[in-house]
Design a protein around this ligand. Sequence first.
Ligand code: FES
Ligand SMILES: [Fe+2]
Length: 340
Amino acid sequence: MKFADFWYIVALSKQLNSKTVLQRTILGEWLAIFRDQNGKPVALQDRCIHRNSRLSQGKLCQGKIHCPYHGWIYDQTGKVVAVPAQGEEFQITATRRTIRYDTTEQDGYVYVRLSPQPQEAFTPFRMPYYQQPGWETLRVINRFHNNVTNCAENFIDIPHTASVHPGIFRTPRQQKLEMTVERRNGSVFAQYHNETSNLGWFSRFLNRKGKEIKHIDSFHMPNITSVEYDMGKHRRLFITSQSIPETEDSTLVYTDVTFNYGIWNKLAKPFVYWTAQYIINQDIKALGIQWEVIAKYGAKFAHTPADTIHLFVESIRDRIAGGEDPRNLPHKSVRVHFWV
Ligand code: FES
Ligand SMILES: [Fe+2]
């Protein structure tokens, strides 16, 4: 198993119309993304085989891309279908082509997979309750100067919330939290047992009665995190993040905040949006600082029981990095407590 075997978001479906060519980087590979004549997304290596210009800088005409330098034309399979300098003598050959990658579309996202023949045909992660009746989704896209592992870990890390997001998300209170952390089948699940109303202004709005909140954080190989808050009927919230590896130190994060607040759905939307982006900006800053130190001193960490979730995530990602299947790791479940 390799990271390249999985599907990675390269665009929102609505970002890609019949005229746009997007420039993307996934796992260090440069891509030109556009739609062919039938509207199907196309991903080509962003390199013209003639004199190495960038196809993403070219023009799209009827689903074919024209290189900006000498005008070679590529079709949706990556084949060269016209060379202006050869005029009528031009002939299509099977060898004149650039690399083309598989694409698919699901839940309003365009995905690319870099492995031409993965051992296993994975499918993109299903975004929970996307466009289901009664649910609202808002999407934000943010670039983090850090790697996927540290981004994913941050999104399901409770202890940082009191210091990085004081007041808005959580208030430091030295409250004891119990959690069960489980690693199974390439996923990690953290269930919190006695979470009540320590969630900043969120809880004043969502959980006025101070009921126990069902809160589950999870990680799914190779790059998905999900945060689920369940405070009863019409009080449910999912934050699902796909951390897309651009390069070693750059991660593009697509975050879906999907909620069901009953009659408050529409009214809540701008507040939820503002809060989500505010919280993410604080995390971008914290992760940028972390990466500066990792770049200088390497990733050497010290752990407490509250970091169990990180160790599990790292064990899964390390396996894939080593070419192995993390679903073969032993099933582990531990109960830990910490203060926040
Ligand atoms: S470099 Fe692309 S056509 Fe010459
Ligand atoms: Fe955070």
